[in-house]
Design a protein around this ligand. Structure first.
Ligand SMILES: Cc1cc2nc3c(=O)[nH]c(=O)nc-3n(C[C@H](O)[C@H](O)[C@H](O)COP(=O)(O)OP(=O)(O)OC[C@H]3O[C@@H](n4cnc5c(N)ncnc54)[C@H](O)[C@@H]3O)c2cc1C
Length: 403
């Protein structure tokens, strides 16, 4: 194959798409690269949406590169361009505005969209979701002092927005269907910590609830309680944007299945980022990883493979969250085994390790970033650890990396 003529088209100009385009050039790909995204903005990273964009004195969106830099890199960037068709026989994608782009290699980096809550749709209560820059800018304007804000979903996004809403002077209630907050993470210690952290800031947290509908003055639960609300922000998870993959004939039950090189079941079609489903050793199953590090590093590895540089990507998942200045970092699957807690959950500085079959398959560091650097290496190393050591508070965590 003459790589200088290979046309790479990337659909989804988010973090994975943007980083893949950069990495293609860095890996020496000299053929045309087209990066197509439906949003009007230049590619940007999403973590700022629930943090700096809501919290800073002025919203100051940060972009991966300026439009001049994309042009300088020889990347044809097409924003405000929704791709509605993908045809593998013609090796072509089609845009809503009628334009088409031919490809030799296609990278799907279409991410996810928020799961919607039918019970709250179409009512007088303002209900919003947080996925893109425009959502964040609108949410920022809506978070006015004294407003009664109900966050549906006690997950990471809900709690980051709670933290920003408190800082902006709102009255905040979090409604969680599960019996404890942060249920997806699977760490009883972290759930306890987060619950206490938010309660101490005046956030009311209601777990084990079922929402019935939006009422005139708030949100009605199935036991008849009405939670007063001026607005609701729903953060109950996301669904992979797989419409194009389906048109191509790929199997897409949870996401687009990819190998460790980012390849799908169709030759010349790849996927990366939140939309891609990959094998996770820590979780012991196929899954989509929804985090910044995965979007970036899987996209870079996939781009290298497209450029002909054989690269394997199988890093354990890692992400962070900032709430009221507290730093929470999570690696692997903290709920994947028996939990060992080091430090003190009550004073907000602790580390957890999840042990399965003698290996550390996940962990959490709360306000303990130094422990996280050890934890990440421990999880990746797959070394056998001694439980009694880890349970001993005098035993230095980094010593478990020795020998
Ligand atoms: C509010 C928020 C806060 C977050 N905070 C953190 C954090 O603190 N730490 C962390 O590790 N992770 C965080 N994340 C997760 C992280 O941002 C995502 O994992 C990452 O953005 C995924 O990148 P992606 O490129 O795969 O998808 P996305 O960033 O979602 O990009 C996909 C892009 O594709 C576009 N697209 C989809 N379909 C089409 C189509 N048919 N045609 C054209 N364009 C299309 C979408 O509009 C979107 O712009 C956060 C996410 C959100 C939403």
């Amino acid at each position: 194959m003459n790589l200088s003529k290979t046309r790479v088209v990337i659909v989804g100009a988010g973090q994975a798409g943007g980083r893949a385009a950069e990495a293609l050039r860095a890996a020496g790909h000299s053929g045309p690269i087209t990066l197509v995204g439906e949003e009007a903005h230049l590619p940007y990273e999403r973590p700022q949406l629930s943090k700096a964009i809501l919290l800073d004195g002025e919203p100051n969106p940060a972009f991966i590169r300026s439009s001049g830099d994309w042009a300088g890199l020889g990347v044809t960037l097409s924003t405000s361009s929704r791709v509605v068709a993908a045809d593998i026989d013609r090796r072509e994608i089609g845009l809503k505005d009628g334009r088409t782009f031919a490809f030799d290699q296609l990278l799907l980096a279409t991410g996810t969209r928020p799961r919607r809550m039918a019970e709250l749709e179409g009512t007088a209560l303002p209900v919003s979701y947080l996925r893109c820059m425009d959502d964040a800018l609108a949410l920022r304007s809506a978070l006015q002092p004294g407003r009664k804000v109900v966050l549906v979903g006690g997950g990471v996004i809900g709690f980051e927005v709670a933290s920003a809403a408190v800082a902006r002077g709102c009255d905040v209630v979090v409604l969680e269907k599960a019996e404890a907050v942060l249920p997806q993470i699977g760490s009883p210690s972290l759930s306890r910590y987060a619950q206490a952290l938010h309660a101490a800031k005046g956030v009311k947290i209601m777990c084990g609830i079922t929402i019935k509908r939006a009422a005139a003055t708030g949100i009605e639960l199935d036991d008849g309680t009405v939670v007063p609300a001026d607005m609701a922000l729903v953060g109950i998870g996301v669904e992979a944007s797989v419409d194009l993959a389906q048109q191509l004939g790929l199997e897409t039950r949870h996401g687009i299945k990819v190998s460790t090189s980012g390849a799908t079941a169709i030759d010349g079609v790849h996927a990366a980022g939140d939309v891609a489903e990959q094998w996770s050793r820590c979780h012991d199953r196929w899954m989509r990883l929804e985090n910044w590090a995965n979007a970036q590093n899987q996209a870079i590895a996939t781009a290298k493979n497209i450029a002909g540089e054989a690269t394997i990507y199988d890093a354990p998942p890692w992400f962070w969250s900032d709430q009221y200045g507290a730093n929470i970092q999570i690696v692997g699957h903290p709920g994947g085994g028996d939990e060992i807690v080091r430090g003190d959950v009550a004073n907000g500085r602790f580390t957890t390790l999840s042990i399965r079959d003698g290996e550390v398959v996940g962990g959490i560091a709360v306000n303990s970033a130094r422990d996280m650097s050890v934890l990440r290496r421990l999880v990746a190393s797959r070394r056998t650890v001694r439980r009694t050591h880890l349970e001993n508070p005098q035993f230095e965590l980094k010593r478990s990396l020795a020998s």
